[in-house]
Design a protein around this ligand. Structure first.
Ligand SMILES: Cc1cc2nc3c(=O)[nH]c(=O)nc-3n(C[C@H](O)[C@H](O)[C@H](O)COP(=O)(O)O)c2cc1C
Length: 344
């Protein structure tokens, strides 16, 4: 069903990964019969256009692009000052405080407040688009549908899935608690924390809309398990981060093979996200911590800390809970290992 609708050979999606996915990685997945992806949520208009055009040079097959639909928030100087003081003192790095006399920048604009992205996607005739942290406005969805662009959005529980289904969006990405990177929760304070298999089962039993499972899927057996509970397709992120065509740094790649434990924290970006455990989880996310500034302002601070220190204990190395199953493989081989061992 999904294969015909998206015109792909196998219902295997590369997860869109802002800052990690590249046109080359996306093309490798599309050219292997799956759906390649570009995570464009962290790009400005010019960068997004460049990536889409590069990808079109590398494949003539379908792909998806991804944007963030978070509710735009205002910066809060009081929370920011408090946050800088708290983090620098807990890290034992008071020296870093001198670098944060200015307000935090808003790193990413929401698709909801940026019709330039919508115009770009329509002009570029992108085959499919997906959204994280919420859904676009009615009029934005209407324009995407008029342009015959397949629409998808992440849900982490049944209520979010129902919102997506009612909005007319075509496909639900059911993101389980195992997933690496940011939780797709619409409201950062509400998380039902459902596992991938349970979530797929729950949505398939309540709504009539194609469902793609995401979270903790690393090999053919995991894909088989998702299909068995009713998933129409699967989306994998962590398994592909180690590929040489991803944008992950050498330290990030190595860490994926060395540290086997992940945890969710909102202290890195201001929204809950799962990554390799480091000082953000062990020193900053203590029960008595102050409120984080809102997303994405908090992320500005974390990125600056890592930029100054370049030490993995301050990094945002996103990874899913099954990272210990990771294998050193290039994307076409990884795809082959799924295709040859799963009965789709
Ligand atoms: C490094 C990384 C970056 C991610 N960035 C995005 C993103 O920009 N947009 C998005 O919708 N999901 C993003 N995700 C979440 C994925 O879409 C997906 O839910 C997750 O990778 C699935 O779990 P897995 O990593 O265990 O395969 C990211 C995941 C990772 C690991």
């Amino acid at each position: 069903m999904l294969r015909k609708f998206l015109n792909i050979q196998y219902p295997i999606f590369l997860a869109p990964m802002a800052g990690v996915s590249t046109p080359k990685l996306a093309a490798e997945v599309s050219n292997s019969g799956g759906l390649g992806s570009l995570g464009l949520g962290s790009c400005n208009h010019e960068e997004a256009k460049k990536q889409i055009e590069q990808l079109k040079q590398l494949t003539s097959l379908p792909f998806q692009v991804n944007f963030f639909c978070h509710q735009p928030e205002k910066s809060d100087a009081t929370l920011e000052n408090q946050w800088v003081q708290y983090c620098c003192s807990k890290f034992g790095r008071i020296d870093l405080m001198n670098n944060f006399s200015q307000a935090f920048s808003c790193l990413y604009s929401s698709f909801l407040e940026n019709d330039n992205f919508l115009d770009l996607i329509i002009q570029e005739k992108v085959p499919a688009i997906s959204f994280h942290f919420g859904i676009p406005s009615k009029s934005q969805i209407h324009r995407l549908k008029q342009a015959n662009i397949v629409t998808m959005a992440s849900a982490t529980n049944l209520i979010e899935a129902s919102y997506i289904a009612r909005s007319g969006i075509d496909i639900i990405i059911a993101q389980g608690i195992e997933a690496g990177g940011h939780r797709g929760v619409f409201n950062p304070n509400i998380d039902s924390a459902i596992s991938t298999l349970e979530l797929v089962f729950l949505i398939k039993n309540n709504l009539s809309i194609p469902v793609v499972a995401a979270g903790g899927i690393m090999d053919a057996q995991d894909i088989h398990d998702c299909l068995r509970v009713g998933a129409n397709g699967v989306q994998l992120g962590t398994a592909f981060v180690q590929c040489s065509s991803s944008k992950a740094s050498e330290t990030y790649r190595q860490s994926l093979f060395n540290s086997k434990v992940t945890q969710i924290t909102a202290t890195i970006s201001g929204r809950p996200a799962r990554g390799l455990v480091n000082d953000w989880h062990l020193k900053i996310d203590s029960p008595d911590r102050p409120l984080t500034p809102p997303y994405p302002y908090t992320y500005y601070f974390a990125k600056k800390i890592y930029e100054y220190t370049r030490q993995p204990q301050y990094a945002a190395f996103w990874a899913g809970s099954k990272v210990s199953k990771i294998k050193k493989m290039e994307a076409p081989d990884l795809m082959k290992s799924f295709i040859e061992n799963v009965d789709f």
